[in-house]
Design a protein around this ligand. Structure first.
Ligand SMILES: [Zn+2]
Length: 206
């Protein structure tokens, strides 16, 4: 009993939503959903610290554990996430894609380190120098996430892109099941409860 209670208590502190529909298919969608607004003004960010960002990348097969991510690396990931979210929003709303967001995704996509660059200095003369391993890992992850975002935004599933319709949730999803417009059962229940409450208030007011 004690274990169950503890698990329930832990969930109350850090409510974990299951991946939104489509997020297991597109890592870029899970990436976009990695900062979640929750009821009661709570906010969770799976990329909030270097350690958390490393864990997220490792869980998604994009970096080894203990890749040595720095605060700057986590900030770069969060910056790309904002731009991907901007593109998702503009695609869903049918608005023009903001040039800065396109630029950011294209920059990330073309960051893949392909070769050790040729350098020259007094001590070594001509030599080849590879980027720092952590930089290589991060660039590779940013490139993979950006490429997947581009695929999601232009591929056959783009028409199914949707924003969760249950405030304050800010997650995106693929509407794979008909008209479903919520990212999770929890959000659907909350939206239905809010509608019922609004109906009751209206009746009382009348
Ligand atoms: Zn939701």
């Amino acid at each position: 009993m004690r274990t169950v209670w503890e698990a329930a208590g832990a969930e109350a502190v850090q409510p974990a939503l299951p991946p939104a529909p489509g997020a297991e298919q597109y890592v870029a969608l899970d990436f976009a959903d990695s900062a979640v607004a929750l009821p009661g003004g709570q906010f969770t960010d799976a990329l909030g610290t270097p350690a958390a960002a490393n864990r997220w990348l490792t869980e998604h097969g994009l970096a080894p554990a203990h890749a040595g991510l720095q605060a700057m690396c986590a900030a770069q990931l969060r910056a790309l996430r904002e731009q991907v979210r901007t593109l998702l929003a503009s695609r869903i709303d049918g608005h023009p894609a903001p040039p800065a967001a396109l630029q950011a995704v294209n920059d990330a996509m073309t960051r893949v380190p392909t070769a050790s660059l040729l350098r020259w200095d007094d001590v070594h003369g001509l030599h080849r120098a590879a980027a720092h391993p952590t930089t290589q890992i991060l660039d590779h992850a940013l490139a993979a996430l950006a490429a997947d975002a581009a695929e999601l935004l232009t591929g056959p599933d783009a028409e199914q892109l949707s924003a969760c319709g249950s405030p304050p949730c800010n997650r995106y999803l693929l509407r794979t099941h008909g008209r479903r417009q919520w990212c999770s059962v929890r959000c659907g229940d909350r939206a239905r409860a809010a509608r019922a409450y609004a109906r009751r208030s209206q009746l009382k007011g009348a």
